[in-house]
Design a protein around this ligand. Structure first.
Ligand SMILES: CC(=O)O[C@H](CC(=O)[O-])C[N+](C)(C)C
Length: 298
């Protein structure tokens, strides 16, 4: 019988693996999604993923790619812990008996439950992360508003209380409910179809777990990118820019940049999605196996 505590601990370890493997490409994604629109005759700040990568390394050093990583590590490990815990809850809510096998649609719904759980941490975490990443994009010499994640939390709270910290919650839910559903359903589906006949899903196979985790990450983001673009814009805009929330962001983007702007950052997102989530599920499964060995009754 899967234990909620083990789901929580193993999920947290999966999150640490995910951030470590995915941070540089996440940085590139947010920089591309939020770069200012070039004026007529000007060339864009970043011409693409590789250009953005080389500019960050040239202007800020290699460690520039890992700027703002303390916040994701502190936020993402608990977020993944809650996410895997929430997935477990979502599954249990639909089972009459712990051994009941769920359909893929039921796994999708359990993933959506995980999405609801994670938003509590994800919404403020993403707001802080995006603000710090965009601030870093302004380069050396530009005025620094936030001196790190804690200062960012304090200032946001002072400016607008909890509401300001949680700005973008609707957009985060819009992104993470279907995306998390997809994430867990695809992972379980691939684990199932890649398990050889006569083998068991619970035998840990590194190759199968990496493929299933990596592809689950790709499917997660295929669904998540458009709401993610709206969310990043909304969460990093000065107060009052979009009085009707992401509806205003959507209208402005459609008017000024067209439908393709909803896929801004597609390349770095997809380049990150496979390794980051392969590492995440590998970390989760390895931690779960270790916990089952060390503490079978937990
Ligand atoms: C948006 C996000 O954090 O997606 C997670 C995968 C990733 O690439 O970080 C999945 N999930 C939202 C289910 C935690």
């Amino acid at each position: 019988m899967p234990s909620p505590i083990k789901d929580f601990i193993a999920g947290g370890f999966g999150g640490v693996c995910c951030v470590s493997a995915g941070q540089p490409l996440d940085m590139i994604k947010v920089r591309i999604q939020t770069m200012p629109r070039p004026l007529p005759g000007q060339s864009p700040l970043y011409k693409g993923t590789f250009d953005c990568f080389t500019k960050i390394v040239k202007n800020e050093g290699f460690l520039g790619l890992y700027k703002g990583m303390a916040a994701p590590l502190a936020g993402v490990a608990p977020m993944f812990a809650i996410c895997f815990f929430g997935f477990g809850v979502g599954k249990r809510l639909q089972q009459k008996h712990p051994d009941d096998v769920l359909t893929y649609f039921q796994l999708f719904k359990a993933g959506m439950v995980a999405g609801v759980f994670t938003t509590v941490i994800m919404a403020p975490g993403e707001r802080i992360k995006c603000l710090l990443q965009v601030q870093a994009a302004q380069g050396k010499g530009a005025p620094v508003k936030y001196n790190g994640p804690m200062d960012c939390i304090k200032q946001l709270y002072k400016e607008g209380g909890i509401r300001s910290l949680y700005r973008g919650t609707g957009a985060t839910l819009l992104r993470d409910l279907p995306a998390s559903g997809m994430y867990f359903m695809v992972y379980e589906w691939l684990q199932h179809i890649l398990t050889p006949q006569g083998g068991s899903r619970s035998d840990l196979s590194v190759g199968r777990t990496l493929v299933a985790g990596g592809v689950a990450g790709i499917f997660n983001w295929a669904v998540a990118i458009p709401p993610d673009v709206l969310k990043s814009r909304y969460q990093t805009a000065p107060e009052g820019t979009y009085p009707n929330g992401i509806r205003d962001v959507f209208k402005q983007l459609m008017k000024e940049e067209g439908i393709l702007s909803l896929y801004k950052g597609f390349t770095p997102v997809m380049l990150r999605a496979f390794p980051a989530n392969a590492a995440c599920f590998m970390g989760y499964e390895a931690a779960m196996k270790t916990l089952n060995y060390l503490a079978p009754n937990l």
